[in-house]
Write a protein that binds this ligand. Structure first.
Ligand code: NAD
Length: 265
């Protein structure tokens, strides 16, 4: 059922991983796929590893919206990996028998000051890099909503809602709802500083501005999924849902809520 044929394998370049990937490459060729060695030629990108590898695959390949991403886990099923290496034949069978579907996952577009936008599949996190709290003015659209003082904030996508966001008691969001969720990291709430104190979810057309108050502690660590950005000084972080999505191949029989149940209940 998949008409795209140019397949690029993304994995950690180690002898152990090569040993795992080679049979997968052979299987793909036997089934009519054409292996390519540059990302530009690819229209299917297969990440081999865990969720970590999948997050890296999307980042290192530039969040291509003209490609199909497939996550193959070397261990157990993950949140972005619907297939496992131990079940390769089943994977090909599923593709041929229409047991798979393509899901479009929302991603965040993050612009820091006037830098080039970056994209996040799980979340963008902003944290103080010193023991002292830091202050962020939170603006929704043009509206000054609250002033945050604490360790930091997490802005997550629906698929990222089960990751870092969930660890700080954010809600799990169905990925069919295009939205972004804002969660606090240890906000200070007293008679002087007040924040909402709960996570909140913004709709697809909202624009969030996080203005880092320049009080000497304005060198936050900014994380994009599993990477820390090298930007050392940030004044303004603008976050919205990107116009682009990433397309992910998944098993019809492995819904988001099945993943949530399997992993958390
Ligand atoms: P990692 O090795 O630190 O693993 C974190 C765990 O999160 C792994 O078990 C991974 O499979 C899982 N994970 C990743 N994306 C997920 C998702 N969308 N839903 C549910 N679980 C998910 O790092 P990694 O594997 O590279 O993952 C990076 C992610 O780790 C970050 O994007 C962030 O969401 C998360 N993280 C969580 C915490 C925390 O919970 N306190 C702290 C830092 C980062």
């Amino acid at each position: 059922m998949i008409s795209r044929k140019n397949l690029y394998f993304f994995y950690k370049q180690t002898p152990d991983m090569q040993e795992i990937v080679t049979p997968l490459e052979d299987l793909a060729e036997e089934n009519g796929f054409h292996l390519v060695h540059t990302i530009d030629e690819a229209n299917i990108i297969v990440s081999v590893g865990g969720d970590n590898a999948f997050l890296q695959a999307t980042r290192k390949t530039g969040f291509r919206d003209d490609c199909l991403y497939i996550g193959v886990n070397t261990d157990q099923l993950g949140f972005y990996t619907d297939f496992t290496i131990s079940d390769q034949k089943r994977m090909i069978q599923a593709m041929k028998n229409d047991e798979v579907e393509v899901r479009r996952y929302p991603v965040l577009e993050v612009t820091i000051d006037n830098e080039k936008p970056i994209f996040c599949l799980n979340e963008c996190s902003i944290r103080s890099n010193v023991i002292k709290t830091f202050v962020i003015d939170v603006v929704i659209d043009e509206f000054p909503f609250e002033t945050f003082r604490g360790d930091g904030m997490i802005v997550s996508t629906p698929t990222g809602s089960t990751a870092y966001n969930k660890s700080v008691r954010g809600a799990v969001i169905d990925p069919t709802l295009p939205s972004m969720q804002v969660s606090e990291l240890a906000s200070l709430n007293n008679n002087q500083y007040r924040t909402l104190g709960t996570s909140f979810v913004l709709g697809p057309d909202r624009k969030l501005l996080l203005n880092v108050v320049q009080d000497g502690n304005d060198h936050p660590i900014i994380g994009a999924d599993n990477e820390a950005l090298s930007i050392r000084h940030a004044k303004q972080i603008s976050i919205k849902l990107a116009d682009r999505h990433i397309k992910v191949l998944k098993l019809k029989s492995n819904s988001f809520w099945q993943k949530v149940q399997r992993n958390f209940l």
